[in-house]
Design a protein around this ligand. Structure first.
Ligand code: PMP
Ligand code: GLN
Length: 383
């Protein structure tokens, strides 16, 4: 393994899901729903397969039907106009979109600012691109994690190339407010930064609203926006993601994508094009369902003795284990399946400053209510 990758090892998600299988514990670690997305969308994928649509290499940027549907989604939801032919790129999940964006836009030695805790692939993708990651830490205050805008401002140097943003934020559940995003946008314009913004949880917002960074003045031309069908439609196994950005940026990202995967799986693209045309009630039902699950798990974790940082979005709850007399999230998560039959993720893996992340543990609530109820019963034994 080369030096760029050596520090990363196996992802925590693989490790913890294997632990769940081995122990038979309830897996609230890796974030994936235990109920598949809409039946009619699965049928759309089957139809595409049967009709021979997408069984051979689809077009490099993605099938036109899907690019058109993505552009329509940005227009309908946010009033953002993107040309499906030159400003939309379909990728193999958001993961590839992130990697391809960094590989395409970062020169070796460039600094990339990322919010810490950061999704684990960010660090690896920055490293693959030869960049230097500069974490800006979100800190808990009044029951939620917050970005310190002064710290962000101070983190920008002459070598900063790019800001890698994520809102709604995994693992804290923080949703950056319009006012915060306006300041970030102003900073990006002032310091002439590119921004790659990971908005895969755009539809999973329970309190407040999701505002795309690209919608702020001066941002459309410098922002690569990333999303994915995995979270919005509960098909994490399909690996259909996308990028929307100005033509030069999309062309750059595509230059990297073409040598990573060349194209993304064909039949699923037809199905996701149909998913993006689902009525507004699909999104509100998804959100309401997850909000109830958040509330149930948050109450259960509080009863069990955790400090709960209530997420405004995503399907994760970050807890603090110190009230349980614990301080090492790694040790806690490795022992938890045997102790109570539940698997969680130690947030420390998402930090450069491991000490900052040590007492935080993440639980996913994208699971059936009966499973969450059972998890809550098991977790009570900790109290
Ligand atoms: N970004 C974030 C913040 C995520 O949580 C995830 C899913 N774990 C991804 C990107 C990856 O999305 P995909 O499965 O579409 O590659
Ligand atoms: N995004 C999901 C999570 O944060 C799953 C990620 C993965 O397995 N790579 O849990």
């Amino acid at each position: 393994l080369n030096r760029r990758l050596a520090e990363f090892g196996t992802t925590i998600f693989a490790e913890m899901s294997a632990l769940a299988l081995r122990t038979g514990a309830i897996n609230l670690g890796q974030g994936f729903p235990d109920t598949d997305g809409p039946e009619e969308i699965r049928e759309a994928a089957v139809r595409a397969l049967r009709d021979g649509r997408g069984n051979q290499y689809p077009p490099g940027p993605g099938i036109p039907e899907l690019r058109t549907a993505i552009a329509a989604h940005q227009q309908r939801g946010y009033g953002l106009a993107y040309d499906p032919d030159t400003e939309v790129l379909v990728t193999a999940g958001a993961t590839e979109a992130i990697a391809a964006s960094l590989l395409a836009l970062v020169e070796p030695g460039d600094e990339v600012i990322a919010l810490e805790p950061y999704y684990d692939s960010y660090a690896a993708s920055i490293a693959l691109a030869g960049g230097t990651r500069v974490p800006v830490t979100l800190r808990p205050k009044d029951g939620a994690f917050h970005l310190d805008l002064d710290e962000l401002r101070d983190a920008v140097t002459d070598r900063t190339r790019l800001l890698l943003l994520n809102t709604p934020h995994n693992p804290t559940g923080t949703v950056l407010t319009r006012a915060e995003l306006a300041e970030i946008a102003a900073l990006a314009v002032e310091r002439d930064l590119l921004v790659v913004t990971d908005e895969v949880y755009e539809h999973l917002v329970f309190d407040g609203e999701h505002v795309p960074l690209a919608s702020f003045p001066g941002m459309r031309e410098r922002t690569v926006t990333i999303s994915s069908a995995g979270k919005t439609f509960s098909f994490t196994g399909w690996k259909v993601g996308w990028v929307t950005a100005a033509p030069e940026l999309v062309t750059a990202v595509r230059s990297a994508k073409q040598f990573l995967t060349y194209v993304s799986a064909g039949p699923f693209q037809y199905a996701v094009a149909e998913a993006l045309a689902l009525p507004e009630t699909y999104y509100t039902d998804l959100r309401d369902d997850l909000r109830a699950k958040r509330d149930l798990l948050a109450a259960g974790l509080t009863d069990a003795g955790f400090t709960v940082h209530r997420p405004a979005g995503t399907y994760f709850i970050t807890t603090d284990i110190r009230p349980l007399g614990e301080s090492d999230g790694f040790a806690f998560c490795r022992a938890l399946p045997e102790r109570t039959g539940v698997v969680a993720i130690p947030n420390a893996v998402f930090y450069d400053h491991r000490d900052e992340g040590a007492p935080f543990v993440r639980f996913a609530f994208c699971k059936r209510l009966s499973i969450l109820e059972e998890a809550v019963v098991r977790l009570k034994s900790l109290a």
